[in-house]
Write a protein that binds this ligand. Structure first.
Ligand SMILES: NC(=O)c1ccc[n+]([C@@H]2O[C@H](COP(=O)([O-])OP(=O)(O)OC[C@H]3O[C@@H](n4cnc5c(N)ncnc54)[C@H](O)[C@@H]3O)[C@@H](O)[C@H]2O)c1
Length: 278
């Protein structure tokens, strides 16, 4: 188990006197004490979202397998004057998620926001993929979202408020915009996230708002090879004339996580520069 709870060097920047302050449910009146968990926050969209949430006053638990990069995200958050806690963990285990959330609450006081972001790509078609690759794709891109919702939602309900933001993908509704690369397993997982988002919005209302973001092509490490091979073609398919940047997603994450008096739940928002309009 990679969860590093209690291990020297893994848990950093933690105030000993993290407060257990009620922020009055979801009205967000006491932003200074809000706590966000961001999975896959070592790099890419997760890192940008963690930094954006820190800028709006959230202490952030940075969850990832990549310890060195996670520590860099945490250091950058602390340089903003905000608390950060690194959790080195595989997001696909419910036991690890529950232990991690308990530890986060112990050290940071509460959980107001969960951003389910950790993901991995899978570009093998139906006739090439192995059963193990299918299982791994579903585990990282779908099961992990269940694990962290299951672990965090009871805390949010007990506190009287919370926000869950699920990072799905445009592939959830397109199956992959072009035929160049098969995305069927990834698309299945990301579409599952949409169903989960709608159902959990109903189950957790009105206390917890649950929404999903469907990014189009965002320039990160996850797609660097694909983008390098076909950048002009990809940009040509996007009405806004550019690939997405991580901050295009992070700003919406922050809105869904921190906008006071949220009246939106169970929704999914496409952020793709107009690549796919139905
Ligand atoms: N970049 C895009 O074009 C794009 C488009 C649509 C959706 N998305 C989604 O956005 C999310 C973030 O992707 P990104 O582009 O920033 O990719 P990325 O590869 O840069 O970041 C993903 C992060 O998740 C972490 N991660 C992966 N598996 C993990 C595991 N089992 N346990 C813990 N951490 C794990 C990685 O270590 C990495 O830090 C993913 O869910 C991805 O599917 C990305």
């Amino acid at each position: 188990m990679l969860l590093g709870l209690g291990s020297p060097g893994l848990l950093q920047g933690i105030a000993d006197d993290a407060q257990d302050v009620s922020c009055g449910g979801d009205d967000l009146t006491d932003r200074a004490n809000r706590v966000a968990i961001v999975t896959g926050a070592a790099r890419g969209i997760g890192r940008a979202s963690a930094l954006r949430l820190a800028k709006s006053g959230h202490a952030v638990a940075v969850v990832d397998l990549l310890l060195r990069e996670a520590e860099q995200t945490a250091a950058d958050i602390r340089s903003l004057g905000v608390e950060a806690l690194v959790i080195e963990a595989d997001v696909t285990s419910l036991t690890v998620a529950e232990q991690s959330v308990a530890h986060i609450v112990d050290r940071l006081g509460r959980v107001d926001v969960l951003v389910n972001n950790a993901g991995c790509t899978m570009s093998k078609g139906l006739l090439e993929i192995t059963e193990a690759e299918w299982n791994a794709t579903i585990d990282v891109n779908l099961k992990s979202f269940f694990c962290w919702c299951r672990a965090a939602a009871p805390k949010m309900l007990a506190q009287g408020g919370g926000r869950i933001v699920n990072i799905s993908s445009l592939n959830a509704i397109t199956g992959g915009v072009t035929r160049a690369v098969s995305k069927f397993a990834y698309s299945a997982a990301k579409a599952g996230v949409l169903g989960m988002t709608k159902s959990l919005a109903k189950e957790l209302a009105p206390t917890v708002a649950v929404n999903a973001i469907l990014p189009g092509i965002i320039r990160t490490d996850i797609n660097a090879t694909q983008v390098a091979a076909r950048e002009a073609e990809l940009v040509g398919s996007i009405l806004m004339g550019r690939l997405g940047a991580v901050d295009d997603i992070a700003s919406l994450v922050n809105y869904l996580a921190a906008e006071p008096n949220m009246f939106m739940t169970g929704q999914h928002l496409v952020v793709d520069g107009g690549q796919w309009i139905t």
